[in-house]
Design a protein around this ligand. Structure first.
Ligand SMILES: Cc1cc2nc3c(=O)[nH]c(=O)nc-3n(C[C@H](O)[C@H](O)[C@H](O)COP(=O)(O)OP(=O)(O)OC[C@H]3O[C@@H](n4cnc5c(N)ncnc54)[C@H](O)[C@@H]3O)c2cc1C
Length: 429
């Protein structure tokens, strides 16, 4: 019996598992085991809309066992602690697991570029929990700002800085802007609209570098129109409790700093033998195999493949590589020719908040309302499962008809702002 182990139930790992189940799931000579530390698959492109309360968090995730349906694979919810390629074993919290073939698809982690204080004092947007925590944090800031008598402190609490002007940073800050201005601020009588400051900070000379240069001016104009301050060539050199420092000189006081500036390979990938690229991804050959270990495939955000070392870290790349890794395992078993991976861009879609987006797909270059409709349609179509598609479509419909939910589920004791000494409080507003 040959055991194929897949690590990570994200875009790449899930695709590899489903393809393997399709090709050899019912063969008595093989066993497919998917291991992931969460028992669901998350559709990351909609994560910024969790932060803006547009979508319910549970609607962008799908339980792996629901996706499995009648497919023939096993699922283990556990954390992988170590991969021993020499012994052909992975070590999970509950013990070692031997494999004949391994697919590593554990994604990436945030890169802080050794910026002092960044890890400690900024928030992240990678997991579902990050999205929920960030949404609560925005509301925590509003609750505190509403009651403080100190105008400077109120200004600080209502300053939100997003570090990183890639598509994630832009989609996040435009969602935050919609949430704050359209739904939140009117309900807090102690906060004036002009006290809210949204900053998008980018070290490079441009934001949205991966976006078609013909569409970038529109995106910038929209950010400007929405009152978002875009600072380019402005590296964040320090983050501290209550703010950040730009270019080693300028200090900005901010209630919330969100780090969306860079990614690095997962530590499990960094520890794999063989060459790695500058962000620690495993350098694999054109068949996605690890050097000297043809039985180990590395895909998605974890891999830098020989024919496409500069492929962006996006879901379509992970999905295609998942299919190819699965097929190559089948070819190795059945004696077929291995398939190689070459990057083909599937276009770029960036949401700019309610009613606006930029889209470049094939020869199509559009922006504005129709681009936004296109963005919505594509993301709805790509969601896994009809039930989730209906839930998200309903969330979007209700989100345009009714005010968004501004409830903080956690008690004040879990609010970090409550721990810091505050100036005298005035009566509730
Ligand atoms: C906020 C945000 C927005 C994004 N928006 C877009 C977008 O609009 N379009 C787009 O194409 N891409 C987008 N991306 C990028 C896209 O999500 C990634 O490129 C894609 O998820 C990579 O797939 P992957 O399979 O390599 O890793 P992932 O999808 O990240 O999956 C990794 C899996 O490994 C599991 N795992 C991690 N560590 C362990 C461990 N130690 N043990 C067990 N399991 C583990 C994780 O739980 C997860 O299930 C976005 C990413 C983020 C964070």
């Amino acid at each position: 019996m040959k055991r194929i182990v897949i690590l990570g139930a994200g875009f790449g790992g899930l695709e590899a598992t489903v393809e393997l189940a399709k090709q050899i799931g019912d063969s008595p000579g093989s066993e497919i085991l998917l291991i992931s530390d969460q028992n669901f698959f998350m559709f990351t492109p909609l994560l910024p809309q969790i932060v803006s309360s547009y979508i319910d968090p549970r609607h962008i995730v799908q339980a792996v066992r629901d996706i499995r349906g009648k497919r023939n694979f096993r699922f283990l919810r556990d954390t992988v602690e170590n991969i021993d390629v020499a012994a052909r074993q992975v070590h999970v919290t509950s013990g070692p697991i031997a494999y004949d073939y391994l697919v590593v698809a554990v994604g990436s982690r945030t890169e802080y570029f050794n910026t002092p204080g960044a890890r400690e004092f900024s928030l992240d947007l990678k997991t579902l929990e990050d999205g929920v925590v960030l949404r609560d944090r925005i509301l925590d800031c509003c609750e505190h700002a509403d009651h403080t008598t100190d105008a400077e402190e109120r200004k600080r609490l209502m300053t939100f800085a997003v570090v990183g002007g890639g598509y994630t940073g832009v989609e996040l800050i435009t969602e935050m802007r919609d949430f704050l201005f359209r739904y939140v601020v009117g309900k807090y009588r102690g906060i004036q609209r002009e006290e809210i400051r949204l900053l998008l900070l980018e070290a490079a000379p441009n934001v949205l570098n991966g976006v078609d240069p013909l569409l970038r001016p529109h995106a910038l104009a929209r950010l400007h129109h929405e009152g978002i301050e875009v600072r380019v060539s402005s590296p964040v050199t320090r983050v501290f409790e209550g703010g950040l420092e730009l270019n080693h000189e300028e200090k900005i006081h901010a209630g919330t700093v969100i780090w969306a500036a860079g990614v690095r390979a997962h530590p499990l990938v960094e520890a794999l033998p063989g060459p790695h690229d500058r962000i620690a991804r495993a350098s694999v050959n054109e068949y996605l195999q690890l050097e000297d270990h043809p039985e180990v495939f590395v895909i998605g955000d974890s891999a830098s493949s020989r024919l496409a070392p500069d492929a962006p870290r996006v879901a379509p790349v992970a999905i295609t590589q998942g299919t190819i890794a699965a097929r190559n395992i089948v070819h190795m078993e059945r004696g077929g020719l291995l398939e190689s991976y070459a990057y083909v861009s599937k276009g770029m879609l960036v949401s700019l908040g309610m009613n606006d987006a930029v889209v470049s797909v094939g020869g199509l270059r559009i922006h504005g309302f129709f681009a936004w409709l296109f963005w919505n349609a594509v993301h709805l179509f790509k969601l896994v499962g009809f039930k989730k598609q209906v839930q998200v479509a309903l969330d979007w419909t209700f989100g345009t008809m009714f005010p968004r939910d501004a409830v903080i589920v956690r008690k004040p004791r879990s609010c970090k702002l409550c721990e810091t000494p505050k100036p005298e409080l005035i009566e509730a507003k």
